[in-house]
Design a binder for this molecule. Structure first.
Ligand SMILES: [Zn+2]
Length: 489
C-alpha cells in the first residue's frame, strides 16, 4: 500500500468503514472465495533402452530392436486452491501397481499432491513393454526404476507449470474405428478351449468374413470424450481424450511404438498449435473401456496396409473429430475438484487340483505325447495355470474417481469391457463421465459374469485374466459409489 492509499484510507467516512467491516466480517466471509482453477502439463520421455523386454504378460514379446517413435508419460495437474489432482497417461502396454505406487510416492514427496489423488494409466500400446514385474534381467529392472522416476518427474514438472486455467467438456463420435471382437458363432464353429474343454459359445477375434459369424457378443462405445484445458487467455494447455479401442497395431517386428495414442497426441498438438508454446501444450489419448473391442471390421475384407499406416489413419480421424468438437467447447475457470479412492478385495480364480495335474502333464511331455507339439496354446495356458497356482486366494485392487467440475474420470486397473464403461456413463451422478482402464495397476481382463459363462479368450484363466467371475459387478458398483462420493463433495 503506498502513501496516497494510506491517506485515503484515513479519510474514509465512518459510515462507509462500518459498511465495509460488516461485509468483511459477516458470516459470508466464511464462504470460500471464488475458485480460480490452475493447471499445468508436461511430457516425460519413458522410452525403453534397446534390449529391454518389449512385451506383455502372455504375449512374450522379445527384446526391443528398434524405436519407431518414442514413448511418453503425459501428465496433467489441476489445482482449485483446495484440492490438487494429477492424471498421467503412459505409452505402455500395462503397468503393475508396485510401479504406479512408487511413482505416486515420489511425486507426492516432490509436489504435495496426495498419492490417492494421482491417476497413472497405460494406453495398452502393444509396441511397448508391459511393466509387470516378471522380468529380472538387469536391463528390465533398470527400466522399471527409470520409469518410476520419469513418471514422478513428469508430475513434478506439470505441477511447476501450474498457471490460471479454464476447463471445458466436449463429446465427439468415431463409430467406424471400433468393433466388438467377441462373436457368437454358428453351430460347430467353436473349438475346445486351451484346457481341452468344450461348450464355450464365444470366439474372440474370429476369421474375417467367416461364413460362421453370427453376431457380436457385446456393444461398443463410439464416443470420443474430450477434457480440454486452456490457459486463462484461451491458449490450449492440455487435452485428454478418451476412446475405447484396444490398440491399432500394424508395427514392424521388434519395433517400439506408442501406437495411435502417440500419433493422436502429435496430431492434436499440431492442429491446436499457437504461436506461444511455452510451456508446451500436451495432448493425450487415454484408453477407455476396450477389453472386448478392437479396430477389426470382421464383416469386411482386410485392406492391405504397410506398417504404421493404419495407426496413423485412425489417429488422424480421431484428431480431426476432436478438432471439430474443440471449436464448440465452452471453458470455465470456476470449477472445483475432488478425488476418492477405495480398495476392493476380490477372489482369484485359482486352478483346482485337476487343472494343476493337467498343467503339469502339459509341461512335462513324454516322448510319445504329441499333444504339446501340436498345440503350443496348451503349453502357454499350462504355464499360466501353474503361475496362477502361486497367486494368493484374494487380491486387493485400487479403484479411483476424480471430479473436475461436473466431469467424472474413473480409473480401473483392468481391461474393462465396453458394456461396463457404457453402464458407468449412464449411471454416473455426474453430467459427463469416462473411464480410464489399466489405471493404477494391472489386474487383467474384466469380463462380465455373463461373459464368463459364454467363454472366449478374455475369460481363460491366466495372469491376464484371474479375478473372480463376479469382479465386474463388484467393481462397477464400487466405482459408482466413488462417483457419488466425489459428486457430493
Ligand atoms: Zn489387451
Amino acid at each position: 500500500m503506498d502513501r496516497t492509499q494510506k491517506t485515503k484510507h484515513k479519510r474514509l467516512p465512518i459510515a462507509l468503514a462500518l459498511v465495509l467491516s460488516v461485509i468483511l466480517f459477516s458470516p459470508l466471509q466464511a464462504h470460500e472465495p471464488k475458485t480460480q482453477l490452475r493447471a499445468g502439463a508436461a511430457t516425460s520421455n519413458i522410452t525403453l533402452p534397446l534390449g529391454a523386454r518389449n512385451g506383455g504378460v502372455i504375449a512374450r514379446g522379445g527384446a526391443a530392436k528398434n524405436i519407431h517413435d518414442e514413448l511418453h508419460a503425459r501428465c496433467l495437474v489441476l489445482d482449485d486452491g483446495k484440492t490438487k489432482v494429477a492424471i498421467v497417461v503412459c505409452d505402455l502396454r500395462m503397468i503393475i501397481r508396485d510401479v504406479t505406487d512408487a511413482a505416486k510416492k515420489l511425486a507426492e514427496e516432490a509436489t504435495g499432491i496426495p498419492a490417492e489423488n494421482i491417476l497413472i494409466s497405460a494406453t495398452h500400446t502393444h509396441g511397448s513393454p508391459g511393466v509387470i514385474g516378471m522380468h529380472t534381467d538387469e536391463i528390465d529392472l533398470w527400466y522399471s526404476d527409470f520409469l518410476i522416476k520419469r513418471m514422478a518427474d513428469g508430475i513434478q514438472r506439470a505441477n511447476e507449470n501450474l498457471a490460471p486455467a479454464m476447463v471445458g467438456w466436449g463429446s465427439g463420435s468415431s463409430p467406424n474405428q471400433v468393433f466388438n471382437r467377441r462373436w457368437f458363432m454358428k453351430e460347430g464353429a467353436i473349438k475346445p478351449n486351451p484346457f481341452g474343454e468344450e461348450g464355450e459359445i464365444i470366439r474372440t477375434n474370429p476369421s474375417r468374413m467367416s461364413k460362421l459369424l453370427d453376431k457380436p457378443a457385446g456393444p461398443v462405445d463410439p464416443e470420443v470424450s474430450i477434457l480440454s484445458v486452456q490457459h486463462s487467455d484461451g491458449r490450449p494447455l492440455a487435452l485428454i481424450a478418451n476412446y475405447g479401442v484396444h490398440y491399432i497395431g500394424g508395427y514392424k517386428g521388434g519395433s517400439v511404438s506408442a501406437d495411435y495414442f502417440g500419433v493422436f497426441a502429435s496430431q492434436v498438438e499440431s492442429l491446436l498449435a499457437t504461436d506461444s508454446n511455452d510451456p508446451p501444450f500436451v495432448a493425450m489419448m487415454s484408453n477407455g473401456t476396450s477389453g472386448d473391442t478392437n479396430n477389426v471390421n470382421f464383416q469386411s475384407p482386410k485392406s492391405p496396409s504397410k506398417p504404421w499406416e493404419k495407426m496413423t489413419a485412425v489417429a488422424k480421424e480421431l484428431a480431426d473429430e476432436v478438432h471439430r468438437v474443440y471449436k464448440t467447447i465452452e471453458h470455465r475457470d470456476d470449477l472445483s475438484l475432488s478425488a476418492a479412492t477405495t480398495e476392493l478385495e476380490l477372489g482369484v480364480r485359482k486352478p483346482d487340483e485337476k487343472r494343476i495335474a493337467w498343467a503339469e502333464k502339459m509341461m512335462t511331455p513324454k516322448a510319445d505325447d504329441t499333444a504339446v507339439k501340436i498345440n503350443p496354446r496348451h503349453v502357454i495356458y499350462a504355464q499360466e495355470a501353474l503361475e496362477l497356482g502361486k497367486f494368493p486366494a484374494t487380491v486387493s485392487i485400487q479403484l479411483q474417481a476424480i471430479r473436475i467440475g461436473d466431469i467424472g474420470v474413473t480409473g480401473i486397473p483392468c481391461e474393462v469391457f465396453a458394456e461396463t464403461g457404457l453402464a458407468l456413463k449412464k449411471e454416473s451422478p455426474l453430467k459427463n463421465t469416462f473411464t480410464i482402464e489399466l489405471a493404477n495397476g494391472y489386474n487383467g481382463y474384466l469380463p462380465t459374469a455373463q461373459d464368463h459363462e459364454w467363454g472366449g479368450y478374455e475369460t481363460w484363466p491366466a495372469r491376464s485374466s484371474y479375478l473372480e467371475t463376479d469382479a465386474e459387478t463388484k467393481i462397477r458398483s464400487a466405482v459408482l459409489e466413488l462417483l457419488k462420493e466425489v459428486a457430493a463433495e
